[in-house]
Unconditional design. Structure first.
Length: 296
């Protein structure tokens, strides 16, 4: 009897958790796909904003003890999103057709390469920068900060494009991508802020430039929405709405899968997560589990 009660209680808790997640996803994203993408972009700016201002009040929040597990959790969420949501959704749309599967895989690869180029090597340079600042002059700092700002902005534009593509695919995929993007943006922005402070910028100036770079996610989402609207208007005017819309959404979802795959792999590399570290591994697996729960 006790075992039956325990199983029923566990089932109830899982069901209750799914209900809570479903309620949050509907409440936080109640609008159309394009509008929900913009909401996701706004949340991805608000999250880092709160985190950065908390750092002013509580500087210890930026300690490695907190930041490393947070970064690991964010990477796990991204990996879970791309492998448990986006990729399955792409291949489900191909209707198990061999040629369609090949085309989907090719577009995903193209998307991966395109977003690798968009994000640029400057972003990687930003996170692997040598902090021996005694050898650099002020002009060198200024040049590096400008490169870092541009590359971070481009990286966030990529996030915005991925958000719009995810919501165009389905509401559930969009919500999971929005959550993964938010979780990814917080430790990413905090890390950028710390680098700018170490480069000699003041705290508030560093916050300003970090949030300026974060605004790229909104630009990316807006740009994608405008292109989608133009494409839909074209299909309406030429009387082939259904076929054109389906092909457009399939293309967009595949390119988005490539973008998310790039985001996940680059984040895994940049965060230098050691899977031998138990806390980092546990945090990464927790992020994957959260995305798994969201997929049901």
């Amino acid at each position: 009897m006790d075992q039956v009660f325990a199983v029923n209680r566990l089932s109830y808790n899982v069901f209750d958790l799914s209900d809570i997640i479903q309620f949050i996803s509907i409440s936080a994203f109640p609008l159309t796909s394009s509008e929900n993408a913009l909401l996701g972009a706004i949340y991805s700016i608000i999250g880092p904003s709160i985190a950065l201002f908390l750092l002013i009040i509580i500087p210890k929040l930026a300690s490695p003890i907190i930041m490393k597990p947070a970064a690991s959790f964010a990477v796990g969420a991204l990996l879970g999103d791309v492998f448990l949501h986006m990729l399955p959704e792409c291949f489900e749309n191909s209707n198990n057709n061999g040629e369609n599967n090949y085309n989907q895989g090719l577009i995903i690869l193209i998307g991966f390469l395109i977003f690798s180029i968009i994000s640029g090597e400057g972003h990687n340079h930003n996170h692997n920068h040598n902090h021996d600042h005694g050898e650099h002059n002020h002009k060198g700092h200024s040049h590096h900060n400008n490169l870092a700002l541009i590359s971070d902005f481009a990286h966030n534009v990529t996030d915005g494009l991925a958000l719009s593509g995810a919501f165009a695919t389905s509401h559930s995929v969009g919500v999971s991508t929005a959550i993964a993007t938010l979780l990814h943006s917080i430790p990413h922005s905090v890390g950028d802020y710390a680098l700018r402070v170490q480069s000699g910028n003041g705290k508030f100036k560093s916050i300003f430039f970090t949030l300026l770079a974060s605004s790229g996610v909104l630009i990316g989402s807006l740009s994608s929405n405008l292109l989608t609207n133009e494409s839909n208007n074209y299909s309406h005017s030429h009387n082939h709405t259904h076929t054109h819309s389906h092909n457009h959404n399939t293309l967009l979802s595949s390119l988005t899968a490539g973008a998310l795959l790039f985001m996940a792999t680059s984040s895994l590399r940049e965060s230098e997560i050691s899977l031998k570290n138990k806390s980092s591994l546990a945090a990464l697996l927790s992020g994957i589990i959260i995305m798994s729960v969201l997929s049901h």
